[in-house]
Write a protein that binds this ligand. Structure first.
Ligand code: PAF
Length: 297
């Protein structure tokens, strides 16, 4: 890895500028990591940039509120866009290049190609938000085709998104390593999300019940509970105790295929989506039975 350099965060708008910058780094032998975002940068994003900095020489961040992954009636128009603050945070985090593409370049009127990851993209968030993952896969493939990084960093809070992008990269021979950063949490456990900004003080207090529900399920797993129905009951007990929270789904699924499981016998994802006020929040935990000597538990 190259010695530590300090340059100002360079901001670019076009794909050509990104390609030029990355090509120059590649000529110098640098490894490039990429952190795609929709902005409203928070500690979760910054922890991804920090992880990326430790594993690559150069870090590219994109900010693009991707219209294609929002259904009509969702929060595309009101999604927070605190650009000056985002740029300052990314500069302080020592990202090298910030790409802020325009919608006109990403989606010219004659662009008709869409990417769909079947199965993984149809469950959980895919079922609740039809078209969402087609939008995500399409934009991430476009971004990757411009940046062509060695690795892409994604947050575990969006575990299904990370799994979908892993699958897409594998299926399409993209040759990029998909890395995940742990979910970043507020002190009371609420997963950091740009959409937390929508919460009123009262909603914010109740929203922490989502992660408490997941912790209750984790405690049950650690005590030997393996039934998916019982684990979902643990999560729902917390959600139901908070009248502002409206469950969208609570699911126990195989962490690879995201298909529902009745019993936990391998790595699983317990995923929750709930609405509260204007916000729709998601969170999850991944858990794997400890292998016993001579077999699995
Ligand atoms: O997780 C996000 O912020 C977005 O879904 C992503 C990966 C930047 C694609 O628009």
């Amino acid at each position: 890895m190259a010695p530590m350099r300090r340059a100002r965060l360079r901001r670019v708008r076009t794909a050509t500028q990104v390609r030029r910058a990355v090509a120059a780094w590649r000529r110098a032998g640098d490894r490039v990591a990429f952190v795609p975002t929709m902005g409203a940068i928070h500690a979760g994003h910054l922890s991804l940039v920090a992880r990326a900095r430790t594993s690559a020489d150069r870090v590219v961040v994109s900010i693009f509120v991707n219209p294609l992954q929002f259904a009509p009636g969702e929060d595309y128009g009101s999604y927070p866009r605190p650009r000056r603050q985002d740029r300052a945070l990314l500069a302080a985090a020592r990202a090298d290049l910030l790409w802020e593409p325009s919608a006109a370049e990403m989606y010219p009127p004659d662009a008709v190609t869409r990417v769909r990851v079947t199965g993984i993209g149809d469950r959980l968030e895919g079922a609740s938000r039809p078209g969402h993952f087609e939008g995500v896969a399409t934009v991430v493939l476009k971004l990757l085709n411009v940046v062509m990084p060695d690795e892409i960093w994604l947050g575990q809070k969006d575990a299904q998104q990370a799994r979908l992008i892993e699958q897409m990269c594998r299926d399409l021979f993209l040759g990029v390593r998909v890395r995940r950063g742990a979910t970043h949490r507020e002190p009371d456990g609420l997963a950091r999300s740009s959409r937390n900004a929508y919460l009123t003080r009262k909603e914010r207090a109740e929203a922490a019940a989502i992660s408490r529900g997941l912790r209750a399920a984790l405690a049950a797993l650690e005590h030997g509970e393996r039934g998916a129905a019982a684990l979902k009951r643990e999560v729902r007990r917390e959600l139901k105790a908070h009248p502002l929270l409206r469950e969208d789904y609570v699911a126990v699924v195989d962490a690879g295929s995201l298909e529902p499981v009745a019993r936990v016998s391998r790595r699983v994802l317990i995923a929750v989506a709930a609405r509260i006020g204007r916000a729709r929040l998601i969170d999850n935990l991944e858990w794997q039975p400890r292998a016993r000597r001579g077999g699995a538990s």
